[in-house]
Design a protein around this ligand. Structure first.
Ligand SMILES: [Fe+2]
Length: 263
């Protein structure tokens, strides 16, 4: 015999589900807003770094999608990419990072502290995003174990950090303004090839160097270099909701997802 659920019980359960859904959405929005606030703080302090981390996030997501990473790992990759250089904003390092002359050995040692300084800044978020401080701390580790700060080797380096390392190197090379687009693009590709299996995870390097991924990277690079994308416009307030803020999965107030959502 079919069980008859009293209407009032059904209505109460429905109400509970709606409340739970609302709370979850609010929590998601709060976490996205927290991270975006942190990104705004990076912009306010150093807009060049703000632009760099957004480009790195774009490239890292393209690589991650090419490598078939699941959505959870892609979100984590995006967060690590966006905050990988937050340690550079430490007062002890800002002057050194803006230095144009060659670094002294002492300054070099100081620069090498930025991954751990970044992880320390992000430590309070570890309970919510366990991969974030660890990924940030490891973004200068190398596949062969010759990186810093811990000399982690191979798959002991968190996957998200291995993805970001390739995207970071690509942007560091392609964003030297004295080079033409084609020259810097090819030089960056050569650097990824040369670092395959020594600096970089060989499988990820292969994905990066595959035609479909390189095509998307090239497109993203051209888009990032279009005049409206630079930080000066953003600072003038022309794009309060800057189109290049890459929280692709940030829910909007109507519950839909931000641009570029991969279902
Ligand atoms: Fe870095």
């Amino acid at each position: 015999m079919k069980e008859i659920i009293p209407l009032t019980v059904g209505a109460a359960a429905g109400g509970l589900l709606v409340r739970e859904h609302r709370m979850r959405t609010k929590a998601e929005r709060l976490s996205a807003a927290t991270l975006e606030t942190l990104l705004n703080a990076i912009d306010a302090n150093d807009a060049v770094t703000g632009d760099h981390v957004r480009r790195v996030a774009d490239y890292a997501l393209i690589l991650g999608e090419g490598a078939g990473l699941d959505e959870r790992t892609l979100r984590s990759t995006e967060r690590v990419a966006l905050f990988h250089d937050i340690g550079k904003l430490h007062g002890a390092l800002t002057d050194i990072f803006h230095e144009t002359s060659k670094l002294t050995p002492e300054e070099r040692r100081a620069v090498m502290t930025h991954p751990q300084r970044g992880a320390d800044v992000l430590a309070p978020l570890e309970g919510f995003f366990p991969d974030l401080p660890k990924g940030v701390a490891a973004h200068h580790e190398r596949w062969d174990g010759n990186g810093y700060p811990r000399g982690l080797k191979g798959k002991r380096i968190p996957l998200v950090a291995r993805v970001v390392a390739i995207a970071d190197t690509f942007d560091a090379i392609t964003h030297r303004r004295r080079y033409s687009h084609a020259r810097s693009f090819n030089e960056a590709i050569d650097a990824i090839k040369a670092g395959r299996g020594t600096q970089f995870d060989p499988d990820l390097a292969d994905v990066f160097l595959s035609q479909p991924v390189l095509g998307r990277i090239d497109e993203a690079m051209r888009e990032a270099n279009r005049p409206h994308k630079n930080h000066r416009n953003r600072r003038r307030g022309e794009t309060q909701r800057a189109p290049d803020v890459t929280f692709r999965w940030r829910p909007r107030s109507d519950g839909s997802r931000a641009r570029g959502h991969q279902s």
